[in-house]
Design a protein around this ligand. Structure first.
Ligand code: PMP
Ligand code: GLN
Length: 390
């Protein structure tokens, strides 16, 4: 039989996360590839999920999400960012940020419309754009003085008459960049000049380091009315398997996303929503401890990778350290990632798969540090072998 897959999804294959986690399991390697923590979220929040199930929160919740969670998101955004979103109409609960971004793109883009995204980008963006029949216009983030950033002229050149959406992920996976006020100003200006909608992905909003604060694009002048702001509980509370996310924005944009979302999944699972509502209201101190803990894990992994011979880019946020493999004598990150289990018993993610133009990221490999200290230490001691090979 010919490939039954629709043409627009060909070439997407299996996600790199699935490939690399399967490789880690098969080879018994330490998995610093897929970004998931190896410790649990706050105990009382986990208990809340259990009690929600015992108390009968087991049928379809309302399409927009349970009121307790929408109210908790509203309070969180007001307290943290001074942004008010009406829980009735301006907040939509989704199946993770992945569905939030997909629903927004599918709702807002006609076939042939263009979506600007900063490459390297989270892999689901290109797939969502392809499903919409839209066209992705990449703007490359490049290292400048140890941190990945974009050239404002390149950003401006990417916008044209068909541009509809700019996708903005900050703190940024996989580079660890947290966009500065000046970078966000450039994006805001572009949106206003070209009448674009910003779709933000802020899943690492609380995971920033060295006192760097995450600034939501929607807080910039003129941006609240044109931003679809998405996030999720997975990273904030170390529950990536709960797949509970949300969209906040002006009512007409949220309504558009909900029109699509209701036919993707109708609604998101009820017990997790109640537990995440507890988390947002009562567990932010736990999150601040997580953030401090992750900062020290970042330092631990970054020091180990430098000692092993990688060039290391120190992230200001997220779970990930980006490295350049060329000082070790390697040139192709995908080949190295596939070989790394046999060379060192470690799994990482080749950054090139997150580029529209993979050659621009061929020499980068991403390592996750959201792991117990002893796991990081063991990985680092194994990776120290690489120097001897080159
Ligand atoms: N966006 C980014 C940038 C991510 O790193 C991830 C992985 N957590 C997601 C979206 C997916 O989030 P979720 O699991 O909530 O769908
Ligand atoms: N967000 C995580 C990462 O970037 C994992 C996402 C996934 O497995 N789809 O590694």
């Amino acid at each position: 039989m010919n490939d039954p897959l629709v043409t627009r999804m060909r070439g997407f294959g299996t996600t790199i996360f699935a490939e690399m986690s399967t490789l880690a399991l098969r080879t018994g390697s330490i998995n610093l590839g897929q970004g998931f923590p190896d410790t649990d979220g706050p105990a009382a929040m986990l208990e809340r999920a259990v009690s929600a199930i015992r108390e009968g929160a087991n049928q379809y919740p309302p399409g927009p999400g349970v009121p307790e969670l929408r109210q908790a998101i509203c309070a969180h955004h007001k307290d943290h960012y001074g942004l008010f979103f009406d829980p009735d109409g301006e907040i939509l609960v989704t199946v993770g940020a992945t569905e939030a971004v997909a629903a927004a793109i599918l709702a807002l883009c006609e076939p042939g419309d263009e979506v600007i995204a900063f490459e390297p980008y989270y892999d689901s963006y290109a797939a969502s754009v392809a499903l919409a029949g839209a066209v992705l216009r990449p703007v490359t983030l490049r290292p400048v003085e140890g941190r990945f950033t974009f050239d404002p002229a390149e950003l401006r050149a990417a916008a044209g008459p068909r541009t509809r959406v700019v996708l903005v992920n900050s703190p940024h996976n996989p580079t660890g960049t947290v966009f500065t006020r000046a970078e966000l100003d450039e994006i805001a200006l572009l949106c206003q000049e070209h009448d674009l909608i910003a779709v933000t992905d802020e899943v690492y909003e609380h995971l920033t380091f060295d006192g760097v604060e995450h600034v939501p694009l929607a807080t910039l002048p003129g941006m609240r009315e044109r931003t679809v702001m998405t996030s999720s509980a997975g990273k904030t509370f170390s529950v990536t398997g709960w797949k509970t996310g949300w969209i906040c924005g002006p009512a007409e944009l949220v309504r558009a996303a909900q029109t699509v979302k209701q036919f993707l999944t109708f609604t998101a699972a009820a017990p997790w929503q109640l537990a995440v509502a507890h988390g947002l209201r009562h567990e932010l101190d736990w999150v601040f401890r997580l953030r401090a803990d992750l900062e020290s894990k970042r330092d631990r992994l970054a020091a180990g990778l430098s000692a092993a011979g990688f060039e290391v880019y120190r992230p200001a946020g997220t779970y990930f350290v980006q490295t350049d493999i060329r000082p070790l004598g390697f040139t192709d990150g995908l080949a190295l990632a596939r070989e790394l289990p046999s060379l060192a018993g470690v799994v990482a993610v080749p950054t090139q798969v997150f580029y529209a133009r993979p050659e621009r990221g061929r020499h980068f490999v991403r390592f996750a540090f959201c792991k117990r200290d002893e796991v990081i230490d063991e990985a680092v001691s194994r990776l120290a072998r690489l120097g001897a090979l080159s």
